[in-house]
Design a binder for this molecule. Structure first.
Ligand code: CA
Length: 390
């Protein structure tokens, strides 16, 4: 068996040396897509030096390169894996001869792009996470999400703090965590008009970060983080940056609107973030398994009042109301309407008008009798009115 493996390895090496190598700049882990996980090889190889690529191109195309032979993290996998690691993991993706912050810029530039099946890299792409050796740690470290408040109101800003919790495992092989990669999902409906922002700890000099939201990933790239998805990674510079408790990143949300689903004066909606993928890697490129992930819940609140409204709000009315085939919004002179949105009693958005003029007719064709909620956004704020359709 060993002889067979050795033969296989030697044949493979011969094959490698006879073939030119190609990589997609930014796909540092060669899994076929440029995304947050590509920050991990950059962290592992930070500061490494090797031969410059013959062409300095950083376009999203397979470009030729020469494998580096310099020091590599001592992968505990087979020699075959080491050859692969040499071929794809530890390249200066920017085309420079040192792995440095420029490589993170290339990741941002190509975020979300996928390798073309007709022009794959060589060696061909592999499942990066499946190649990582597993390292179970007991008790395990944890990733926790903590919201900045228990309850927040419409138009409030709130933060999801993502935190690493260290472990006091007696395992002498555990040296801490070098990089953390997270894919997170959340219910976007009450925060969708204002995309979240991912905030990294820019004061720390031992960490780099990479994140993507649907706003940052433009539409001609695929696969995108969806409207309800966040992807982010943080990594130390070859060092185990996460040993004791420390913040990973924060996500800033703004409560946009809450849809009124009944006649109550105040609406409450829970909001939370789910972990889809949690990847913790150490400086030996081992994936730490058994990691605990805890999420938190925040309550979004909207207080709907008509009594005691400011004067400018009192002047905003729906007419006619009850309505038959259309309605208009009357507003105090000079107040501009940004947006009018119609919701049914179950909170589903039905129609949306951008920048209507006061008095402009908004059609209700095809809608059934009953009551509806109308959200009116103005330059001075947002308010709600109830509309009855006969
Ligand atoms: Ca990749």
């Amino acid at each position: 068996m060993r002889t067979y493996l050795l033969l296989l390895f030697l044949t493979f090496r011969l094959y490698l040396t006879a073939q030119p190598f190609f990589l997609y700049p930014g796909d540092t882990n060669n899994d076929g897509v440029c995304n947050y996980l590509d920050l991990i090889p950059v962290g592992l190889a930070y500061g490494d030096q090797g031969p410059r690529r013959p062409l300095p191109a950083n376009d999203w195309l397979p470009v030729p390169f020469q494998p580096w032979t310099g020091p590599l993290p001592p992968l505990p996998a087979s020699e075959l894996d080491r050859a692969f690691a040499n071929a794809y993991t530890h390249q200066g993706t920017s085309g420079l001869d040192t792995v440095n912050a420029n490589d993170v810029l290339i990741l941002q530039q190509h975020y979300g792009e996928v390798q073309s099946p007709s022009a794959p890299s060589f060696p061909p792409p592999t499942d990066y996470l499946a190649l990582l050796p597993e390292f179970p740690v007991t008790p395990p470290p944890a990733i926790r999400i903590r919201f900045s408040a228990d309850t927040v109101d419409v138009l409030d800003t709130f933060y999801a703090h993502i935190e690493f919790t260290g472990t006091d495992t007696p395992d002498p092989a555990y040296q801490g965590v070098m990089a953390i990669g997270l894919r997170l999902k959340y219910a976007s409906i009450n925060v969708e008009d204002m995309p979240p922002r991912i905030l990294f700890d820019t004061l720390s000099t031992d960490l780099m970060g990479l994140g993507a939201t649907y706003e940052q990933a433009v539409s001609d790239r695929s696969p995108l983080p969806g409207k309800d998805t966040l992807e982010l990674a943080v990594s130390g510079y070859r060092n185990p940056a996460f040993l004791t408790d420390r913040p990973v990143a924060a996500v800033e949300y703004i409560v946009d609107l809450i849809i009124r689903s009944n006649a109550a004066d105040t609406v409450y909606k829970p909001f939370w973030i789910e972990f889809v993928d949690v990847v913790l890697v150490d400086t030996l490129e081992r994936r730490i398994t058994g990691v605990l992930a805890h999420s938190d819940t925040v309550v979004l609140r909207q207080i709907i009042t008509s009594a005691g409204e400011p004067e400018w709000q009192q002047g905003i009315r729906l007419f006619p109301n009850p309505a038959r085939d259309h309605f208009t919004v009357s507003a105090p002179y000079g107040l501009l309407l940004d947006r009018v949105v119609l919701f049914d009693a179950r909170g589903r958005e039905l129609r949306r008008w951008k920048g209507p003029l006061p008095g402009e007719k908004m059609g209700l064709e095809g809608l059934s009798q009953g009551w509806y909620n109308v959200e009116i956004s103005t330059e001075r704020g947002v308010l709600w009115r109830k509309l009855t359709l006969l």
